[in-house]
Design a binder for this molecule. Structure first.
Ligand SMILES: Cc1cc2nc3c(=O)[nH]c(=O)nc-3n(C[C@H](O)[C@H](O)[C@H](O)COP(=O)(O)O)c2cc1C
Length: 173
């Protein structure tokens, strides 16, 4: 069985260089799309202290977490889903890296023997350095090639996901 673990910032988004209000996070939309296509479970990663709604303030906090190596506390996740052998892992590219809440998730949970399929929404930076970070945090997992999705085009991500699944996802792992 497979679970889609995802973190999505509920706040302003950066779209083509300017901030805009959005109703749902891009990564949440991507995770829902992937769930529809793959039939995988959904598991939300959410920090206990929400990130600021305002884009610039969220960037400031992300910088502090990155520079001071802070891994923010997250809410507990379903223990059953952690047993799944395939973990999709979705997150926004933050400063070219994994958001702190996603780092916390990987540090707190045993990923040994899991297949990890990362996907990131972004506004130009692709996966950044995030896949290397996942490999460092999960040395005994099989981390597959990541799928970058432009946040502003997330509503058209079905084909990219389907293509990626065909290449890297074997159901019933
Ligand atoms: C704190 C912060 C840092 C970001 N840093 C980058 C970046 O370095 N490169 C990039 O391409 N996009 C960056 N973005 C844009 C997001 O990756 C993009 O808007 C993403 O789709 C947001 O997903 P979400 O709505 O699920 O949080 C950043 C956004 C935020 C809030």
């Amino acid at each position: 069985m497979a679970t889609i673990w995802y973190f999505s910032h509920e706040g302003d988004a950066l779209i083509n260089g300017s901030t805009a209000k959005i109703n749902e996070g891009n990564t949440k939309i991507a995770a829902d799309t992937l769930a529809e296509i793959s039939g995988a479970n959904l598991g939300k990663i959410s920090p206990v202290e929400m990130y600021p709604f305002d884009f610039d303030e969220a960037v400031q906090r992300a910088k502090v977490e990155r520079d001071q190596n802070i891994n923010p506390t997250i809410h507990p996740v379903s223990a059953n889903l952690l047993n799944d052998s395939v973990w999709f892992l979705g997150y926004p590219n933050w400063l070219g890296e994994l958001p702190g809440a996603v780092k916390t998730f990987l540090i707190n949970h045993d990923s040994d023997g899991r297949i990890i399929l990362p996907f990131a929404t972004h506004e130009g930076g692709g996966m950044g350095n995030s896949v290397n970070q996942i490999k460092q945090l999960c040395p005994n997992a099989d981390v597959k090639i990541g799928l970058p999705i432009r946040g502003s085009r997330v509503s058209k991500s079905q084909f990219a996901f389907a293509n990626w699944l065909t290449q890297y996802y074997v159901k019933n792992n």
